[in-house]
Ligand binder design. Structure first.
Ligand code: IMP
Ligand code: MG
Length: 178
């Protein structure tokens, strides 16, 4: 698979270091709050598995699955909930955990959707952010890295369901998706 990658953006060591920092920040901010960490499948699963082991607090882990229609490298804006939460979040402190904030359409929809259930608070934690592509006003409270507008894969992120198992994050060669 390495031959499909133009260059490595973040090595496994750089990812682990950043994830530990995020875990420390969340541990500090949520002391005594027993948060519900909501991972957005599938992209967040590797990040979340590492992150939760850096959060030194009682907390609950939940997953949602959403789909932004189609498996292209561009999002269409429409969001479908494929798997909802299996717990009540009313009065709870919710942290939504995503792989990447791109147009922001998925997370802005999700925040509104979950916000309707009256959580005590709701914040976003994303590993990556592509601010140049934002179409909906969403901000990540906990952010790993800002990146330029390249299509990236690995560490959970896919192109057409491939590359999620790469241990690093790399820029996918344009000829693969064009
Ligand atoms: P948004 O709704 O445009 O913010 O995009 C959200 C989803 O698009 C993410 O959860 C990813 O699944 C996908 N996505 C956006 N950019 C990339 C990328 O560079 N690589 C892989 N997936 C991406
Ligand atoms: Mg995704």
């Amino acid at each position: 698979m390495r031959e499909d990658i133009e260059r490595v953006l973040f090595s496994p060591e750089e990812l682990q270091e950043k994830v530990s920092e995020l875990g420390r920040d969340i541990t500090r901010d949520y002391a005594g709050k027993d948060p519900v960490c909501v991972g957005v499948l599938k992209g967040s699963f590797v990040f979340m598995a590492d992150l939760m082991r850096c959060i030194d607090l009682p907390c609950q882990i939940e997953f949602m699955a959403v789909s932004s229609y189609g498996n292209r490298s561009e999002t269409t804006g429409a969001v479908e909930i494929k798997k909802d939460l299996s717990t009540d979040i009313e009065g709870r402190h919710v942290i939504v955990i995503e792989d990447i904030l791109d147009s922001g359409l998925t997370l802005s929809y999700l925040i509104q959707y979950l916000g309707n259930r009256n959580p005590a608070s709701i914040e976003i934690c994303t590993l990556l952010d592509k601010p140049d592509r934002r179409r909906a006003p969403v901000a990540s409270r906990y952010l790993g890295f800002q990146i330029p507008d390249h299509f990236v894969v690995g560490y959970g992120l896919d192109y057409a369901e491939r590359y999620r198992n790469l241990p690093y994050i790399g820029v996918l060669k344009k000829e693969i998706y064009q």
